[in-house]
Design a protein around this ligand. Sequence first.
Ligand SMILES: [Zn+2]
Ligand SMILES: [Zn+2]
Ligand SMILES: [Zn+2]
Length: 768
Amino acid sequence: MNLEKARILVQGIVQGVGFRPTVYRIAKSINLTGYVRNLGNVVEILLEGEKSDIKNFTENLKKNKPPISKINSLKVEWLKPGPQEFEDFEIFKSSENFSGSSVIPPDLATCDKCLEEVLKKGDRRYKYPFTACTDCGPRFTVIRSVPYDRERTSMDEFPLCSSCMDEYRDPEDRRYHAEATCCPECGPEVFLYGKHRVESENPIKDAVKLLDEGKILAVKGIGGTHLVVKTRDDGPVKELRKRLGRFNQPFACMSPDVDTIKTFAEVADFEERTLLSRRRPIVVLNKNQDYYLAPSVSPVLHNLGVMLPYSALHHLLFQYTDEPAFIMTSANMPGEPMLIDNSDIIEKLEGVADYFLLHDRKIVNRCDDSVVRFRGGDMAFIRRSRGYVPEPYDFSRINPDLNVLALGPEIDVTFSILKEGKCYVSQHIGNTTKYETFRYLQNAIDHLMGITKTESVDVVACDLHPMFFTTKLAEELAEKFQCPVLKVQHHHAHAAALSVDNNVEEMICIAADGVGYGEDGTAWGGEILHIKPGTYMRVGSLMPQKMAGGDLTTKYPMRMVMSMLYNICDTEKLVELMKNYKGYFKHGEKEIELVSKQLERDFNINTTTSTGRVLDAISSALGICGERTYEGECSMKLESAARMGQDSLEIPVEIKKHDGMDVLDTTQIMLSVLEMKQSERTADIARAAQKAVSEGLAELALRAAEKSGLEVIGGSGGVFYNEAVSMTIKRVVEDAGYRFVQHKNSCAGDGSVSMGQAAVASWNCRDL
Ligand SMILES: [Zn+2]
Ligand SMILES: [Zn+2]
Ligand SMILES: [Zn+2]
């Protein structure tokens, strides 16, 4: 008797997620015969049986696919009917000889079923911190190479015991081919270190006891290591700050559950869903009225970053304490990558951590926690890393044939690999001016090229800045791959990332951030760009301002205030005014004189259109923050202050012409701020000033949109993390009848610059 036959090809996240066993179970349940196998970038399913059953199968598969998997395409090819070829339905082993890239899933939080086992007395995985299954656990952080099989992960050091092996081989079991599965018999162990190894029956319980006593611990987790300390007392938190030399930067926390978070922070529905998602990012939440954690957790700010436990080990920490939250901050030396190696952790954190809760599974790929923030109901990634990486973006509509490696900017670096129409944006790499981080970048490139099977690239894209280490690396790599380098202006890259994230090819983009190297060699950062695929025109900006002492203005924003006022104020009066702020200059009055001379002689002066510098300057002028000790500090504190203010003041917005281009007069805004400071409340002025800058940027964009006839205006750059700025611009743009788009699935800040560079390269090199 002849049977109907079909070959089904499924693409997406279909490897290492329990896809084949699901196919197996469904096929068996409706008596189809044939096989399923991985072919690298696709899963191939061959089915024999009744036509209606085969149709049923595909419907069933779409409905019941494993929770982590993602089907991008499912193609059914009907073959010639014929006699039965297969006795049964089988899962074939994955073949190493495939071309094309497979998509590796990200690391995902412990699933409910695993957690139940961990908490259930008598279960063989009771209190076992590495419990995982096909639906959860580490992936990206343990994979050395592809295809994703246990022997190519750091789990290969832990051969499965017979009970685990039975589960691993049983297609009906949820641990069938769960590559990270293990148990107390066969898997990794945790141990506690002080000066030496601490003998302990239950290292996690003993570690928590130390935390409750106020000790500082380093805890090695899934993709990296955290410094952990309790949060209700200022004492231990401040001690950690002192030891790290990080006096102001907010620390992220971990809480056991959402109800506990709600005791100290406001949690909207969309925030709750994100906290609970399997990706488990840190969500920046507003403190509530009852906030009771130590003020030093997130000093001066109205918000703090919180996440829920994402590994069994984290869940277990909260089994032994009634602390509502622990600080969980990445354990690293300033600017360097997070520590992942046991001996490094102990050696480098000597004097920082009192104790170390470690384990013997190697972290192959470091992956920092992801951070998101909502503005209104709109989510923005501040950092897209653990739980999301290496899931690619779809670039197939731009150019499916070109391979691109894009290296990002310099400080908040990610890199991207574009291959076969998929853009893989890397985990957070960080500050590449530090040697260790630069090395990390190089290793991470090798690794991601490996697991995406990218042997060579057609273009290397990088920033326009000639002095960045990433620019130099791009030149080296281009030589290695014998391909051209494409230098992409920083804000053009921002806008291009926004454009692919929203699938809008042409628009007016407000790119507002700290600084990026401009085409004219000045420091851009408040730009209105008209973008088209691969190109852009600069059609507006903030008014160019002097920056006395270049980068020093970033650290000491009063230098910026002084520079902004220099041309319109009498020098003597300006120097007198600045003396009220002498504490905001590193060397007090002497330095004020020096800055005045610098401005007079035009010595060591850059020019900038940066929005970040202007917001920082306003923050300083209002006495809110006079020295930046971490990125974004002064403008973040300005935002927090403005939240406490009323809409009682109005600062007019003036658009002027500069070199034939519309610019927003930021000096006028600064003058209004200083004038109001004589009589008005700081919070009200902060609110009015922030609003004026936002409305000014929106007005510039509206003028450009009107001129060009475009209907979409977008916002990109770190300034868009500021909820008030982002929402004001959105309101003004929408009230004028235009559509406003922001980053939805990518970082608003520099984390998506590499993705934008890749997009620009892809558009520009279509004919390569
Ligand atoms: Zn699980
Ligand atoms: Zn086992
Ligand atoms: Zn930027």
